[in-house]
Ligand binder design. Structure first.
Ligand SMILES: Cc1cc2nc3c(=O)[nH]c(=O)nc-3n(C[C@H](O)[C@H](O)[C@H](O)COP(=O)(O)O)c2cc1C
Length: 349
């Protein structure tokens, strides 16, 4: 996966290999996909003022998230239906991600048992959607804790699933239901109260921390004031995300929201970001704007078309691009990048 056109090649390979409904599911955004398209473009609006005359012989790409050191400043965001993309699904994703010194957030809709993912040795967190009746989530949370999840990521941008349009039959009409939600109780969807909670509040953060004994990360925050409420309620980290544009269409691009959230809580909690990150230069922009780590959704999912080898190649390519970006920016570490985005360009990101 070398050369400047690797992203196009990755997408083309997915177009060649994946059944149309699966490809559509991976790429789609909500409604008119305004946010999905804009999120990718906006990272490229950042303009850097690189340092010079600094020793960049050995750039250090590592970051520490909730006390755990990653060799690279990105992790794999939670995505449903990995086994529709490749039969080895989450296990292949986990193996390649562990080998790259990265980490993985496992969707509560995952199609692979938590224990099988954990066996890869990957550092992983659980992503949770909470149901109207919170107690229905308890068995799944217990399974994740038992299997070694190191944090819980509460997704808060999905009170309802944002409408998406399908050109043909949707993925849910075509995919084997056995490759999704295997960590939830078998009859889960039929239970009264299993629908997504419409009444999530800051108290759910404390409840999750208490019931799991794990740090809680809140995913789907775009505002500094909301970030502050999360941290006041006990969140260990806030994750700036618009769900890859799959929830509220016309939600602002995360690159534009990140500085406000970092200013509001960056001293007190870790701040992560995802949405449209597609290159080492995008990663540099996110880190320079103050993200403690960056998460990738569609890129690793597209790479998974070729199983663990595909994901390994993606990690290797991004490592090379990020290394080059740090060197050219005159930065030896991730922290050195802070503030290299030209301020007035930053303002109209
Ligand atoms: C196919 C797909 C499935 C997703 N499933 C989940 C999920 O189960 N839980 C969740 O919190 N986010 C989910 N997301 C959102 C991602 O975690 C992430 O926020 C988003 O993909 C980041 O944008 P990017 O794809 O442009 O990198 C999903 C995204 C995609 C593309």
């Amino acid at each position: 996966m070398t050369g400047g056109r690797w992203r196009e090649a990755l997408e083309q390979r997915a177009r060649d290999v994946l059944p149309a409904p699966v490809l559509e599911y991976v790429l789609q955004g909500a409604r008119e996909s305004v946010t999905t398209a804009e999120s990718t473009r906006t990272w490229a609006s950042a303009r850097f003022r690189p340092y010079v005359l600094r020793d960049v012989t050995e750039p250090d790409l590592s970051v520490t998230v909730l006390g755990h050191r990653l060799e690279v400043p990105w992790g794999v965001a939670p995505t449903t239906l990995q086994r529709a993309v490749h039969p080895e699904g989450e296990v292949a994703m986990a193996r390649a991600t562990a080998a790259a010194g990265s980490m993985m957030v496992v969707s509560s809709n995952a199609g692979t048992p938590f224990t099988a993912i954990a066996e890869s040795g990957v550092h992983w967190w659980l992503q949770a959607y909470l149901p109207a009746d919170r107690t229905l989530a308890e068995p799944m949370l217990a399974r994740a804790v038992e299997a070694g999840a190191r944090a819980v990521v509460l997704t808060v941008d999905t009170p309802v699933v944002g409408t998406k349009y399908s050109a043909g039959p949707s993925v849910w009409e075509t995919v084997d239901p056995g490759i999704v939600r295997v960590n939830l109780d078998e009859d889960y969807d039929r239970l009264p109260g299993a629908e997504k909670a419409l009444d999530l509040g800051p108290h759910d953060i404390g409840w999750l921390a208490e019931i799991t004994g794990l740090p809680v990360v809140v995913k789907g925050v775009l505002r500094g004031d909301d970030a502050r409420r999360c941290v006041q309620a006990g969140a260990a980290a806030v994750w700036v995300s618009n769900h890859g544009g799959r929830q509220l269409d016309r939600a602002a691009p995360t690159a534009a929201c990140l500085p406000d959230v970092v200013a509001a809580v960056g001293e007190d909690a870790e701040v992560y970001v995802d949405g449209g990150v597609r290159s080492g230069l995008d990663l540099l922009a996110a880190l320079a704007l103050g993200a403690d780590a960056v998460f990738l959704g569609r890129l690793p999912l597209l790479a998974l078309v070729d199983g663990a080898d595909g994901v390994a190649a993606l990690h290797a390519t991004l490592r090379e691009e990020t290394r080059e970006a740090l060197r050219l920016a005159g930065c030896r570490t991730v922290v050195d990048t802070h503030g290299i985005v030209l301020a007035d360009r930053g303002n109209h990101l």
